[in-house]
Ligand binder design. Structure first.
Ligand code: HEC
Length: 229
């Protein structure tokens, strides 16, 4: 008994020392041991499987839903997940774990699991949670698109994902971010990242921006999306 306690304390101290000395490398370009990778894979799969078990996908074979999903996908997801005609990006290459490429011919996943991941994101991977910025219906739309993503040619994809001009105004995340930031300095540092969708905001003065941000409609989400369906 005494030996077990001593061994446990020694183990704990050693573990603490290893952490404290920074032995573990958190760099994205330092790959996990295969045993760690396999373990993380099982943890992720079981977690997502269990949490999505009670979900039931609506009819995803709906061309309007697929188109809306493709438009959202083209706006927000291709930097990491690529698309027909987009074979690589710096973000895709630099991420670890690697984001799956939905347009790969052998990509396949259950819609309910995809829905859960898109809605909730995955810790420590770079995959963001897209809720509450998006409604369940919008997320099912993206899932509907993902189900057909690897059947599309580049031309079909470009056609499908082209904004239909139905009044969608995507300024994703930026408004929320600037609301939180609330300072000119943070605002401009955000704009420094060269995101082209910031250009409208850059054009306006801070005052205009503030007044634009004040009356954010609370209709179905609060990130300032103006979805006029
Ligand atoms: C900043 C990069 C990034 C962006 C942007 C991003 N993702 Fe991801 N996504 C990831 C990474 C990384 C993973 C893999 C996580 C893992 O392996 O555990 C992932 C995983 C997923 C998965 C799980 C796939 C599977 O088969 O396991 C889905 C579905 C998904 N993303 C959908 C989306 C959609 C839809 C969007 C856009 C709304 C999006 N992602 C935007 C990085 C991103």
């Amino acid at each position: 008994m005494k030996t077990i306690v001593v061994a446990a304390i020694a183990g704990l101290l050693l573990g603490t020392l290893v952490i404290w000395l920074g032995v573990y490398n958190v760099a994205a370009n330092d790959k996990h041991l295969s045993i760690t990778e396999n373990l993380l894979e099982v943890v992720r799969e079981r977690s997502i499987e269990t949490r999505s078990a009670s979900l039931k996908a609506p009819d995803l074979n709906n061309s309007k839903l697929i188109k809306e999903g493709a438009e959202h996908y083209a706006e927000m997801c291709t930097e990491c997940h690529l698309a027909p005609g987009i074979s690589d990006t710096e973000l895709h290459t630099g991420l670890y774990p690697q984001p799956p490429v939905f347009s790969d011919p052998d990509y396949d996943e259950k819609p309910e699991k995809q829905f859960w991941v898109i809605k909730n994101g995955i810790k420590m991977t770079g995959m963001p949670a897209w809720f509450p910025a998006h409604t369940d219906e919008q997320i099912w739309g993206m899932v509907a698109y993902l189900q057909v993503a690897n059947t599309l040619s580049e031309k079909d994809y470009n056609e499908l994902s082209k904004p239909s001009g139905d009044g969608h105004n995507h300024s994703h995340g930026n408004k929320t971010h600037s609301e939180e930031a609330g300072s000119e300095q943070q605002q401009s540092s955000h704009n420094d990242d060269g995101h082209s969708h910031d250009s409208n905001e850059q054009a306006g003065s801070q005052a205009e921006l503030k007044s634009e941000l004040q009356p954010v409609p609370q209709a179905h989400n609060d990130d300032g999306h103006s979805h006029s369906h």
